[in-house]
Write a protein that binds this ligand. Structure first.
Ligand code: GTP
Ligand code: MG
Length: 330
């Protein structure tokens, strides 16, 4: 997971023992900056200067900022998000007057990314602690992003927290969808309400909610058919499900594997329907790792959960500290 970004950051932030590292731009280091003994040594990104007499490696801040920019862009972070990060980093580093080493830059970069993600991640939505019953969650997204699997994972998580859950098989459009959900439901021991193939998905949702109310159940999770913005009928159907079910939470399921395209996908959905947050799936297959930063910056909706595999346990509440550890630790 996130191998590329992690590798690039760890190469960049790796400390060569015994060498003092300083910021060339800092006024404290005038003497060294002007030293004739300093020469360029290309060690990949970033370029580092080394004073051979005093064995001092000098970090050139501009080069570091350029390298960070490059790493982010190559890791599926959108151009705008990258610019925001690099600008904030420059501001933060500009305020630091003391000697600067890689640790300081890493610390500042982590802080900038953390602030950026937290700004748009509203932690007030805590799915496990809700005060409405039944709490209705509608899952939307394009084909194959992982909606059905995520619903099963979520039901499994809720069930393991002693919650009573029912799933609405409201993907009546794709052949096999109802059966897929029935099997998943059987495997985790969660009831699935289903009607016939091609029946009205909103009516399945309605029945599921009725069912949950009658049995004092805690949650109704509503599956839906995958749809593109070109499927006018399916988009109308999606709006109808939302009108009828009146969900407490509408979640867009996005697939991290598609990289920066998630932004366009999310924006396309925003134009059609209002959703409250995002579940980002397939992070286990995401070598680049930047989708989380891009979504947080550009979509301005919280990432509530992440999918980290195909098993029922592979659903995690999104946690920014976990993410930073993943991308920075080698
Ligand atoms: N590796 C990995 N695979 C996942 C994850 N989540 C879902 N998948 C896989 O993605 C594929 C599609 O998942 P579904 O849950 O059927 O996707 P969907 O959005 O319901 O698809 P449609 O109903 O066709 O729109 C399946 O093979 C899942 O096992 C994840 O977090 N990691
Ligand atoms: Mg599905």
């Amino acid at each position: 997971m996130f191998d590329k970004i992690k590798k690039k950051f760890s190469e960049m932030f790796s400390n060569d023992e015994g060498n003092e590292k300083i910021d060339e731009n800092s006024t404290e280091n005038e003497g060294i900056k002007n030293s004739e003994n300093i020469y360029h040594e290309n060690k990949g990104a970033p370029k580092i200067r080394e004073g051979n007499e005093r064995n001092i490696r000098v970090i050139k801040r501009d080069e570091i900022e350029d390298s960070i920019e490059q790493i982010l862009l190559e890791s599926d972070v959108t151009f705008d998000a990258t610019e925001t990060i690099v600008t904030s980093l420059k501001n933060n580093l500009g305020k630091i007057k003391r000697k600067m080493d890689y640790d300081i830059i890493e610390e500042q970069l982590k802080m900038v990314i953390k602030n950026l993600i937290n700004k748009n991640n509203d932690n007030s939505i805590d799915i496990l602690n809700v005060d409405k019953k039944p709490y209705i969650i509608l899952f939307l997204g394009i084909n194959g992003t992982g909606k059905t699997t995520t619903i099963a994972k979520m039901a499994y998580l809720l069930k393991n927290n002693s919650k009573k859950v029912v799933i609405s098989a409201s993907d009546t459009f794709r052949a096999g969808a109802i059966e897929q959900l029935s099997i998943l439901g059987d495997n985790i021991g969660v009831e699935v309400i289903k009607h016939d193939f091609k029946s009205d998905p909103a009516s399945v949702a309605y029945d599921s909610i009725d069912h949950a109310k009658a049995r004092h159940m805690d949650y109704v999770l509503i599956d839906s058919a995958g749809r593109m913005n070109t499927n006018k009928n399916l988009l109308d159907e999606m709006k109808k499900i939302k009108r009828v079910a009146k969900p407490d939470l509408t979640l867009l399921v996005l697939d991290a594997m598609i990289g920066q395209d998630v932004i366009e996908q999310a924006n396309t959905f925003s134009k059609e329907i209002n959703y409250d947050g995002v579940i980002l799936t397939k992070l286990d297959t995401d070598a680049k790792g930047g989708a989380i930063i891009s979504i947080s910056t550009e979509i301005k909706k919280p990432i509530l959960f992440i999918g980290t595999g195909q098993n029922m346990e592979d659903l995690m509440k999104f946690d920014v500290s976990w993410y930073l550890n993943k991308i920075f630790s080698s």
